[in-house]
Design a protein around this ligand. Sequence first.
Ligand code: ATP
Ligand code: ZN
Length: 625
Amino acid sequence: MGRDSSIIRIIGPENYQRLRSLKCLVVGAGGIGSELLKDCILMGFGEIHIVDLDTIDLSNLNRQFLFRQRDVKQAKATTAVKAVKHFSNSKLVPHQGNVMDTTRFPLHWFDQFDIFLNGLDNLAARRYVNKISQFLKKPLVESGTSGFDGHIQPIIPGETECFDCTKKETPKTFPVCTIRSTPSQPIHCIVWAKNFLFNQLFTSDHSAPTGENDDWGTNDKKEIERIKQETNELNSLQQIIRRQDKSHISDILIKLFNKDIKKLLQLDNLWKARAKPTPLHEKLIENATAKKHPSLNVSWPIEEQVCQFVTVTQRLMERIVDENHNIEFDKDDPDTLLFVATAANIRSHVFGIPIKTVFDIKQIAGNIIPAIATTNAIVAGLSTLTALRVLNLLPYAPVKAATDINMAFTARASNLSKDRYLSNPKLARPNCNCAVCVKVERGVINITPKGLSELTVGDLVNLLREKYQYPNEISLLDTSDQRLLVDYDFEDLLHRTLSQINLRDGSVLLFSDEEGDENSMYRKPLELYLNVTSGCERQIKLPDLQVPLLKSTEQEETKQEDSSKADANSENTAGVVILDDEEESTEDKATGKRLRSLSEDNSLHAKRAKLSYSAIEDEDVIEIE
Ligand SMILES: Nc1ncnc2c1ncn2[C@@H]1O[C@H](COP(=O)(O)OP(=O)(O)OP(=O)(O)O)[C@@H](O)[C@H]1O
Ligand SMILES: [Zn+2]
């Protein structure tokens, strides 16, 4: 019996023939991507492309089952394809590259596929593929795992929620003063020990530590002054380390946990509504003697923390070979981990915060959520099975409306049920507040190279205004480079040609109407992908779209109604996806424009009040922070 017989029995010979003619794109060849590739082959897609920008790391081997030790440092996508081609009946095409690289993967390249399957690990790339799927109106099955949690979300453009319809969790950064003056949780002390103290003592890179943000979190001048002074004083501690002066390790402890804390206590304002810290007792520092190998899984008493701090600092000192030698923090380097853990815990003790085990601190400092092969396998299996529904290839579960299709969450990820491992809520309609799939119309501008080098920004604005009948003042943004190109009070670029201002294949433009007074009408914003076509003539073709006129107040009302829905939705996905930066939606007070609601593209919902001139490429072009 051939391998195909099972799938033919499930989907029928006709659908199988259709499946054999379909092309799918797997994005990412990591934990989920490797599984997706295998599943798509076993299912019988006609052609499968797989993209990954990375090479194989030793730490990938425990779960990325297509790779072996000999493959370490090889490109993931090509190695994955090599590993599976002996059992593949599908045409396989690997691509080593960044899926967001518009030169290698322009919009028309994506257009060859019938469906996209994501196996990604970051928000930017996920959002990018989501947007491509919206531009091309092609389905995407989004997926993610985090430890035992996992989920899949099929996205049918125009019919169901897109990736950006729900708010995503963001990694935390903390105001500087929380980390440096007023910690209240173990994480604050760990960020201090790892990102501030360790860097100050063992590396020469003393730029602003990540984990703190630019926000001081205070306007108190004395407090800011103290933080700056404290940083300068740490230079003398670094000298102790660099001189390998072991007899002065106690000076480090006294400075960090006694003298600096006493200085902090002098800032009365800080302690009006907070418990005061207690400087570390000097006796503790003098009397400390370390046990040999205390367990990393239990919380040590403060005496032990101090002793271990001394011992590990000695070891790190010995590792400094010369003046310029840096030691990087690595959670798998026992010395650097122990230094950070003990420093964080001593600080916690001083501030009356619970002490953590070294093992706990390793998880937190290394941002580790263990990736679990089984969860990846389950999620990838669900993703490919769901692809059959999305493509309407399952005869016994025909899809009448896209909202009949299900997403899937593991129990912990969904909070929907404690008794079932998987929950399968039906897909929701797009969130009317979504900046990506609802609040803009979308289209592709086809333009020849000559068009690009001869048409001016002013020509483009006029063409757009005429074709879609924008009645008011407009603004034009280049969202791929995050710059403002035209605005009612910024017209300097109107006479420049499109190529002069570096618009190119893959640039994405946002054309929007000024919001007038209450009750006035405005056109829905328009997001346009620049697709550079071949041809020698000067030619531009705008997409045929009906761009609706909307009423300012109506829009606001719907927004309010929908925000509660968006919040409710976001609860469903909390904790599922491993995500990185996302800005909060920002009020656009300067111009009162609708930009604030276009909250998607990192800084697109830009703080217009904070426009700054870009010095990099073109002085006339304003970059949005
Ligand atoms: N923009 C992108 N273009 C192409 N591939 C990407 C892009 N962003 C991420 N990827 C790939 O997506 C994959 C995600 O896989 P996974 O979550 O297993 O991460 P990993 O890097 O393999 O493992 P870990 O992060 O746990 O060490 C990675 O192989 C990564 O290289
Ligand atoms: Zn959406």
